[in-house]
Design a protein around this ligand. Sequence first.
Ligand code: NDP
Length: 347
Amino acid sequence: MQVQRVVLNSRPGKNGAPVPENFRLEETTLVPDLKDGEVLVRTLYLSVDPYMRCRMNEDTGVDYVAPWQLFESVDGGGVGVVESSRCTTCSEGGVVTSFNWPWQTYAVMKGSVLQKVDPQLVDGHLSYFLGAVGMTGLTALLGVREKGNVIQGANQTMVVSGAAGACGSIAGQFGRLDGCVRVVGICGSDEKCRALVDDLGFSAAINYRKEDVPTRLKEHCPHGIDVYFDNVGGAISDTVITQMNKGSHVILCGQISQYNKDVPYPPPLSEEIQETLQRKNITRERFMVLNYMHKAEAALCELSQRVKAGQINVLETVVNGIENMGDAFCSMMKGGNIGKQIIKISE
Ligand code: NDP
């Protein structure tokens, strides 16, 4: 059968922004002769995520993901349906997901790398398995719970950077649900600011591209900042940390502002910011969702329930067609998405 797939065509270099031309769409022939343990899957939705940027380098610089190889199929989070199966645990018609789904319209995969998922968990909204009821939701929920020290009734203020993105939009909602009296989001457009306040219940939002972040933070956080969910790093985070209270907590989730630079992860802080952290006894431990997979099942259950109950609102930006994978990835890296960036591959 003829299938389409996306390969890595070139690398942007450690110090370059990715461009859609780094990816190439190919037609290829797939022989669906399944061996024992294999399944043929049809791809429904694919995910593009910031961590993929390091996979574009020859060396990712981290031990938990491998670099993509030039001219080979790119892979990442995906969800699809089993078309035919020679695997005892995957039945035809079942919905499955994987963290290593090839960017391909159909693929032969080992059943052992696929997780079966129940469409009822997301009321049939299968792309949520890549976002709010998948890795993104887990990152937000477990990040807040494991590193945030949010306490009901403690009158805490939370700030979220990258707040209108996939993780940030959910993290802020959990901050509120778990007891923060004030949740302020920082993001890159007025439209995103409106969505945070009107659709997601944030107390306030700051557009870092056009507003003065230190001034606006002082206005919106008159009692200082107790919890900071950091998705971006760089100058925005330095500003937030400067306004944090004694004994407060940074959830070090990601540092996307530094991903197109040749710096280690997490990128080093200035002496001044390190001194602030020390003087104010602010915790800033690295959070890695993959270290908490033993808590994933219960957390996914909570995410599913809260989404179904309307306690967590989900935002997505969906584009159609495998030919748009590279565009969608590059757009997400520059802020083109509100909520989770999803690519719909087939019905
Ligand atoms: P998002 O949906 O948040 O998309 C990325 C967003 O980052 C863009 O929409 C853009 O929004 C913002 N951004 C891009 N460049 C900059 C910049 N220079 N300064 C400020 N903001 C910028 O992606 P995810 O929710 O998937 O990921 C968010 C963060 O969480 C990333 O840092 C990622 O690496 C991290 N992460 C960490 C995990 C963990 O286990 N620790 C797991 C999953 C994700 P805007 O318009 O606001 O600029």
